[in-house]
Design a protein around this ligand. Structure first.
Ligand code: ATP
Length: 200
């Protein structure tokens, strides 16, 4: 059966933690298609200093330009409103009815998963795949995985070293005039610099 992975996020900006998750999940799942999905309005968090949809889409495109199996989708941005994961998964399930869907996320998101909008339906539509952001997340994620499986869902945890890195940290560094080259793909750093993003 063909496999499609969807990886959603604000990507404000896209950083090396996102890239590592992408590469690890491709290695683990071996999907036919990996879809990077910048959200329009994230439902699960308050987005600070959110750059435009176009800038975030472009940063995603630049970040994965050397990964042929990854495509960047503007589905959530075009759909508008709050980017509920369940809505996105229903869309791709209709589009690819015979494929197995996976929804990728970091451990902070998995920890809150059961309080998302319609988690049961999400579990019917997709297997969750989670990459750790920090070693301390492991126990909490195992607990959530056990709950998900008790409810009939499927959840896979990757087994790689976490890469501690966040978009918040990158925005703060830019604010302080510090370099970000070791935290974002080169083409993304150049784009941020050229467009003067995240500078007040
Ligand atoms: P912010 O600091 O603005 O809250 P973020 O760094 O958490 O942003 P998002 O775009 O919100 O980045 O994250 C998108 C997805 O990528 C989420 O599922 C998140 O858990 C995951 N993720 C983010 N950073 C990492 C990382 N360093 N390692 C693994 N997964 C990550």
């Amino acid at each position: 059966m063909k496999k499609t992975v969807i990886f959603g996020g604000t990507f404000n900006p896209f950083h090396l933690g996102h890239l590592k998750l992408t590469e690890e999940v491709i290695k683990l799942i071996g999907p036919n298609r990996f879809i990077l999905m910048p959200t329009h309005i994230p439902p699960h968090k308050i987005a600070r200093e959110l750059m435009s949809d176009e800038d975030r889409l472009e940063m995603c495109r630049l970040a994965v330009k050397d990964l042929p199996e990854v495509e960047v989708s503007d589905y959530e941005i075009k759909a508008g409103g709050k980017s509920y994961t369940v809505r996105t998964l229903e869309h791709f399930h209709r589009l690819f009815p015979d494929e197995e869907l996976y929804f990728a996320m970091g451990s902070d998101m998995l920890e809150t998963f059961l309080s998302w909008y319609m988690p049961e339906r999400i579990m019917q539509l997709a297997t969750l795949v989670c990459n750790f952001r920090d070693e301390v997340d492991r126990a909490a994620c195992e607990e959530v995985r056990a709950k998900i499986e008790a409810l009939g869902g499927r959840c896979v945890l990757t087994d790689c070293e976490p890469l501690v890195c966040s978009s918040t940290d990158i925005r703060d560094r830019i604010d302080r005039g510090e370099p970000i080259d070791d935290l974002v793909p080169k083409a993304v750093a150049e784009y941020i610099e050229r467009k003067g993003l995240y500078r007040d």
